[in-house]
Design a protein around this ligand. Sequence first.
Ligand code: NDP
Length: 336
Amino acid sequence: ATRVVLASRPSGKPVAENFRLEAETVRDLAEGEVLLQILYLSLDPYMRGRMDDAKSYAKPVEIGGVMEGGTVARVLRTRNAAFDPGDIVLSHSGWQSHAISNGSDLRKLDPGQAPVTTALGVLGMPGFTAYAGLRNIGKPKAGETVVVAAASGAVGSAVGQIARIFGARVVGIAGGREKCDYLRDVLGFDAAVDHHSSDFATALAAACPQGIDVYFENVGGPVWSAVFPLLNDFARVPVCGLIAHYNEDSSVANSHDQLPAVMRAILRKSLTIRGFIQREFADQRSDFYREAGAWIAEGRLKHKEDIVVGLENAPEAFIGLLEGKNFGKLIVRVAS
Ligand code: NDP
């Protein structure tokens, strides 16, 4: 068996040396346990936070510890009556080829219902994040303008399509022409704007002639600066992620402090800006599986996967995720 551990903590961008591939031996099962063979590993932006020692909503990975992560696995051996060999399950086994579980953290998947990788993306945590942030905070109404960044990714692609299902006009922000074409031509977004282009702020304003009623924040940084002046009175901003800042050293203060101007506008325009971690809305997960499952079957909620082969390639793929090299939900195929 193999695993990828955190070798050292990054300063700024993670590099290959922060990770180490190790061999491991699998111990015998105790009563009640199952042995899992990991088939797919999800790579997600939150993993960057787990590499730091800073205070966060979740504990950091220890130095020498296995990198955390959502996985789809096959039950190889079982001493737990609830599981049979061959069962496919959603687990949180991290960056490794095999894992032992007592079963309490496993959810059985039905490969006949949907491809099992969707449990890591559109029908999993990222899809639910989109659904929960829109339903509870963004609350788009028909005819309103919804803007989402990192729009071709796992969360953003679901945000845009679900907002359209709710009747909104949707503008996506993504890096590069190919991703923007995909948003318009495949996902049916009303407009798409490339944040790498030199006239980004002007192009965004042109794509939002009625201003912005809901901005689903995945990014921060210069994208936020371009969005902020376009917010309408009573706009809602679900603050879901700030990926443009994940590689920053939080002890270094920004040279230009925009905060007072931002706070004045929050007051003057009666804005609602609210952060959330998807777990907060866990009681809505069964609604999500039902509704999102139906939307996928009807062809109204599409998804794209970016699959990398081999656990040893997980570090490089993860580093690329923080730079926009992934196109779609990033997943590692660990075994087949
Ligand atoms: P994605 O599949 O969207 O991949 C990340 C994308 O972010 C990249 O492809 C890139 O797209 C974009 N990006 C990276 N750096 C920058 C930058 N500096 N400026 C602008 N865009 C950038 O990832 P996810 O869909 O999994 O996650 C999206 C966001 O949602 C993240 O911020 C994540 O932390 C957050 N999240 C929050 C959750 C919660 O409970 N609050 C749960 C799950 C995710 P491009 O090439 O288009 O720029």
